[in-house]
Design a protein around this ligand. Structure first.
Ligand SMILES: [Zn+2]
Length: 583
């Protein structure tokens, strides 16, 4: 903040206490925190005199849209401290009659309207009628319409006529939280600015500077907490700072005090809780929760803190430097790093999903503490379970369980914790099914009409190992183009389905789904081939010619049978067809 005299300071009752949000309300563009792009563009526009007829300010609630709108109105109408400035300025003086009247919301040429309460066409007509009159004391008539997206269609249409041909002395400033609800015909006539949520660190710094100006002592940890709780809004954060300074009386605002004020659970306790839960220590976890609840913690906040911790640990896991955040106490950094190292990403992301789901339940539950307890119980049991990926791997290893039906667990004894936890695991990760998207290919392969044809493709594509597994280690349960159900033998690789699906999808330009089934299915292709060979052998033995040959060469035996239609194979250089014999 700068030390420029603020109009608010001159117009407010000097003796009464003024809330910080009002006292430090930005008076010029450069006072706006974290809105650099907006400041730059508007400053340039005002300095060069290229002014739009309508501005649209968008952003979440409390971000400073109406404050910015008033700054624009002042910049348009400021006449300077000596009253002699005759054009809009980027930095309104704050002391001229126009600046002061606008700050007090009593300038006759600056009209503020809340579209949320006045949505009708008549309300807009009032504005439109007044547009043709020249401003009385200002340079421009400025119409500030807040929550402009709330206007009715008719109201928008009426407004549009004015926007299409606005008189020179008229400016509109629209503010909205939902720009997408504004007709494009209106949007296209506005210069748009998106106000950004202010970053928590920047807010903490800003609040620190204001605390200094107020001669208030506020711990850095307390500022960081307020910065985070403000959720991007300078105004909300200043209200919190106000409250914290008020609570502290003449003392220092401490981190603990702000934590209590915000109803935040102690962070170390959140670490304890998270550790207990993920360690599967349910009783301990519930005790910790009850303790925090007793100390005034809101169960919703506890879950939000757990979520935040999960997110942070995941970030530390992915980017270890995230643990170096200086706004965190050293103890937390050390503990966080250690926890992140121990926890696999899969477990962190499972916790995230369970907590997110649980948070919604707790928010709507008639008894939030009970709901939060149930969430922790679920989370603790989920922590015992193998990950869904492990489950599938185990099942495929056994080779006899359907991957497309609920993963079985030993004796879930009707709704015990294990069964519930399983149900949860299923919630999180639907039954594994191997699906792959085809990669675009220049040429396609003929669609295999049968399993044999599909396996032949693997041979043709020189996928010898996959081909061998498909021939020897799987039983076909069902086959249609795009979908194969198999029962693998225990020695089949666990990723066989995935690899087969991927290959077929790639070769045929069609998505293939390969699932593991527990139905017995057909004999393997190798078994079928053996059986066929055996049958041919029988036939061959019964052949009169063969009988004669066998009789002529005692001790001879039939090793293999090839049909005349079969192409010669490398196994037998002898091109002669018919039953072959060797002595
Ligand atoms: Zn001024």
């Amino acid at each position: 903040m700068n030390d420029r005299p603020e109009s608010d300071a001159t117009s407010d009752n000097q003796e009464g206490y003024r809330v910080l949000a009002r006292k430090y309300r930005p008076a010029v563009l450069s006072d706006l925190i974290g809105q650099d792009a907006l400041i730059r563009t508007l400053t340039n526009a005002f300095q060069s005199g290229r002014l739009a007829h309508a501005y649209l300010l968008t952003g979440v609630r409390g971000i400073g849209k109406t404050t910015t709108a008033r700054i624009i109105a002042r910049a348009l109408n400021c006449t300077g401290p000596d009253g002699k400035t005759d054009a809009p300025v980027a930095e309104p003086c704050g002391v001229c009659d126009n600046c002061r009247a606008i700050a007090d919301d009593r300038h006759v040429d600056v009209l503020e309207m809340d579209a949320a309460s006045r949505t009708g066409v008549d309300d807009i007509r009032e504005i439109i009628d007044s547009v043709r009159y020249l401003p009385s004391t200002g340079r421009y008539k400025v119409y500030i319409i807040d929550e402009v997206h709330m206007l009715s269609t008719n109201a928008f249409n009426a407004l549009l006529k004015t926007l299409e041909e606005p008189p020179e002395h008229v400016k509109f400033v629209f503010a909205t939280t939902e720009a997408r609800k504004i007709p494009v015909t209106v949007l296209s006539r506005c210069q748009r600015f998106d106000l950004r949520r202010v970053d928590a660190d920047l807010l903490a710094k800003h609040f620190g500077a204001i605390a200094d100006r107020e001669n208030a002592r506020v711990e850095a940890g307390a500022l960081a907490l307020i910065g985070r709780a403000a959720d991007g809004s300078v105004r909300d954060g200043l209200s919190l700072l106000d409250q914290a300074i008020g609570d502290a009386g003449d003392g220092t605002v401490t981190e603990t005090q702000v934590r209590d004020m915000l109803g935040l659970a102690d962070r170390a306790r959140i670490f304890d809780l998270f550790e207990a839960v993920l360690g599967g220590h349910v009783a301990n976890a519930l005790d910790l929760l009850t303790e925090q609840y007793g100390a005034g913690a809101d169960p919703v906040i506890v879950l939000q803190d757990l979520l935040e911790l999960t997110h942070w640990l995941t970030r530390v896991k992915v980017t270890p430097a995230a643990a170096d955040d200086p706004s965190l106490p050293e103890a937390e950094r050390v503990r966080g790093r250690a926890m992140a190292e121990k926890l696999p990403i899969a477990e962190l992301s499972r916790s995230w999903q369970l907590l997110l789901k649980g948070l919604k339940e707790v928010q709507t539950a008639p008894a939030p503490l009970q709901a939060a307890e149930m969430v922790l119980v679920r989370l603790a049991h989920a922590a015992d379970l193998p990950s869904p990926a492990d489950l599938v791997r185990n099942l495929q290893g056994q080779g006899a369980q359907p991957a497309s039906s609920p993963p079985p667990r030993p004796a879930p004894a009707g709704g015990g914790p294990a069964a519930r936890a399983e149900a949860l695991a299923r919630d999180i990760d639907p039954a594994p099914q191997v699906e792959t998207q085809p990669a675009p290919r220049a040429s396609r392969t003929v669609m295999p009409e049968s399993f044999e044809a599909a396996v032949r493709l693997f041979d043709e594509r020189r996928e010898a190992i996959l081909c061998a597994h498909l021939k020897h280690d799987v039983h076909l349960v069902r086959y249609e183009i795009g979908r194969i159900e198999l029962r693998p033998e225990p020695n089949a690789p666990t990723d066989l389905s995935a690899r087969v699906a991927a290959c077929l999808s790639e070769w045929t330009d069609q998505r293939w789904v390969v699932t593991v089934s527990n139905e017995p299915g057909e004999p393997t292709l190798a078994q079928q081939a053996d059986a066929e060979q055996a049958r041919q052998m029988e036939e061959a033995r019964a052949d009169p010619l063969v009988k004669d040959i066998m009789a002529a060469f005692p001790g001879a035996e039939i090793k293999t049978v090839r049909l005349r239609s079969d192409p010669p194979t490398t196994e037998s250089p002898n091109p002669q067809s018919g039953p072959e014999q060797e002595s």
